[in-house]
Ligand binder design. Sequence first.
Ligand code: NAD
Length: 287
Amino acid sequence: MKLTDTAAVVTGGASGIGAGIARALAERGCSIMLADIDTCAAEEVAASLRERGAVAKVMACDVSDYASVEALADAAWSAFGSVQMIFNNAGVMSSAPVIDADPREVHWIIDTNLKGVWNGCSVFGKRFRAQRLPACIAITASEHSLGVPHLGGGIYTASKHAVLGMADVMRQELPDFITVSLTFPGMVRTRIYEATRSSPIGPAPENVRAFGERAMAYGMDPLEVGQRAVQGVEEGEFMVMTHPHVRVIAEKRWQAVDAAFARAPEIDNPEQYEVEAVMARLVAENK
Ligand SMILES: NC(=O)c1ccc[n+]([C@@H]2O[C@H](COP(=O)([O-])OP(=O)(O)OC[C@H]3O[C@@H](n4cnc5c(N)ncnc54)[C@H](O)[C@@H]3O)[C@@H](O)[C@H]2O)c1
């Protein structure tokens, strides 16, 4: 996809990977709308993009709220005339063992990381389909989409697995002129360790946040990740990898699946249960 002179919306654009994506887009001559719950930080990112000659605007948006995402799209189309990219990047994380997580925090993570991404896909996807220009729905997934990189973030891991499944179906349902691109970063040096500042149960204890901050210091530069995400959109990649070691996490998952199949029962004509073939047959019979 040719990006010069196109417009993009980046959710969670006030910080970290979103700010990196915005900068990479600015370098390619795109106009950008940064959407975030933290508009002060977003204004600072927008000002730095404008200093580099880009058109950059800010819109307050809570991605977990469908109406807020509709208002974002209205603002973007009225600012730029047309929009051809949505980067569904906003995300939050907390670190509670799965069965001990607070129900309010579970809702908050799923509402932001899964429902928030679906809101962006649905609102922008429908407008892209009607607009009939080349367009891309991009999503910041994670190494947590492919396996289990570490414990202590199980609900986050679940949300990131879910966006991969959703996106894989969506890309096959959309018309050819709309592509879908997911980026799967490993550790990136961002403020995600502070995400619980917007949690409904309040910020994580200081020692948990301090540990997160120390870990994040070992992460990749968010601009590097943003550059890869934008390159992935440009080059039509469905799965965009940034950290080569993430292959090990994906392979570990596959090895577990493979080993489990070795113990599956042996049956005659296993293809009889192939759901795609069964559905195709039923559709043909109903014609
Ligand atoms: N940092 C990492 O190591 C890492 C690795 C893989 C994937 N990711 C993913 O990258 C994405 C960006 O995270 P980051 O690491 O840059 O963190 P970050 O905390 O630096 O940035 C996230 C931004 O999202 C915004 N946000 C949070 N909730 C929102 C909501 N409801 N509506 C709108 N904006 C909201 C925050 O205000 C913040 O500006 C997330 O989806 C995260 O899961 C991060």
